[in-house]
Design a protein around this ligand. Structure first.
Ligand code: KIV
Length: 290
């Protein structure tokens, strides 16, 4: 397909598209990306949305968890993604402590994702305690995606990365939180690591699209971390991940082959080298002989 016929056919995905897809029962696809090259590939694969997740901290920056990630780090990577992706809805993840201190600070930080970094929406973690912040950000004209269940910024409060909503009481609270987030104006909510039948129940009760990660097939859409999908993050692989490639293995293989080629003299060859015209070379030797 030529680029012009492609642009006629494809339309920018918006929060409205999310809603329309839910109404039509069409699954919504979301992947994370943190750089220009990945954003280009995710866009070409016609994925609906890119989440520049704060998982950045773990899979790209090598932090132990997502807590150290800063606004500056997030904005830096969001900008790179925005340069590469044209059609997907772009969602910037608000890092730990960028929206918890005050409503005013939360609105200002959310605004930076759109104003400085080319994002279309923001995501933030938490339930009923986030309602005032979500209302204020939405009132500023910024679409907000909620995030419930295993919210990684609360890892210490949970005592580890544990599935959430497994007891009747916890499940009821999660559903209540979801309804409150919807009422506060979220355009969609991510549900992470919750039981499949709870994912189904919540998706049926909510009017806004649910995006699951370890929340079962009945959610209105799915999100995965691109480094998990590509087999690029080796530290651990959650049960809900489906690995579609082993790029870590491929990288090691390619780097080792390069190492071996250089050390054995097989690289570079004439094919990878440039030469001076003979007359210029002769002129140089004459100059040096003077
Ligand atoms: O940061 C992230 O990548 C996320 C997804 C796991 C939903 O929040």
């Amino acid at each position: 397909m030529s680029e012009s016929s492609e642009s006629v056919k494809r339309k920018k995905i918006t929060t409205r598209t999310f809603q329309q897809k839910k109404a039509r029962g069409e699954p919504i696809t979301v992947l994370t990306a943190y750089d220009y090259a990945t954003a280009l590939a995710v866009d070409l694969a016609e994925i609906d949305a890119i989440l520049v997740g704060d998982s950045l901290g773990m899979v790209v920056l090598g932090y132990e968890n997502t807590l150290p990630v800063t606004m500056d780090e997030m904005l830096h990577h969001c900008k790179a993604v925005a340069r590469g992706a044209k059609y997907p809805l772009l969602i910037g993840d608000m890092p730990f402590m960028s929206y918890q201190v005050s409503v005013e600070e939360a609105v200002r930080n959310a605004g930076r994702f759109l104003k400085e970094a080319g994002m279309d929406a923001v995501k933030l973690e938490g339930g009923r305690e986030r309602v005032p912040v979500i209302e204020a950000i939405v009132a500023a004209g910024i679409p907000v995606q909620g995030h419930l269940g295993l919210t990684p910024q609360s890892v210490h409060q949970f005592g580890g990365y544990r599935a959430q909503g497994k007891s009747a009481q916890a499940a009821k609270r999660l559903l209540e939180d979801a309804l409150l987030l919807q009422e506060a104006g979220c355009f969609s909510i991510v549900f992470e690591t919750i039981p499949t039948r709870l994912g189904r129940l919540i998706s049926e009760r909510l009017e806004i699209p649910t995006i699951g990660i370890g929340a079962g097939a009945a959610c209105d859409g799915q999100v995965l971390v691109s480094h998990d999908v590509l087999g690029l993050f080796e530290r651990f692989t959650p049960r809900f991940v489906k690995k579609y490639a082993d790029l870590h293995g491929e990288m090691v293989r390619a780097f080792a082959a390069y190492n071996s080629d250089v050390t054995s003299g097989r690289f570079p060859t004439d094919e990878h080298s440039i030469e001076m015209p003979d007359e210029e070379w002769e002129a140089l030797t004459a100059l040096l002989d003077d």
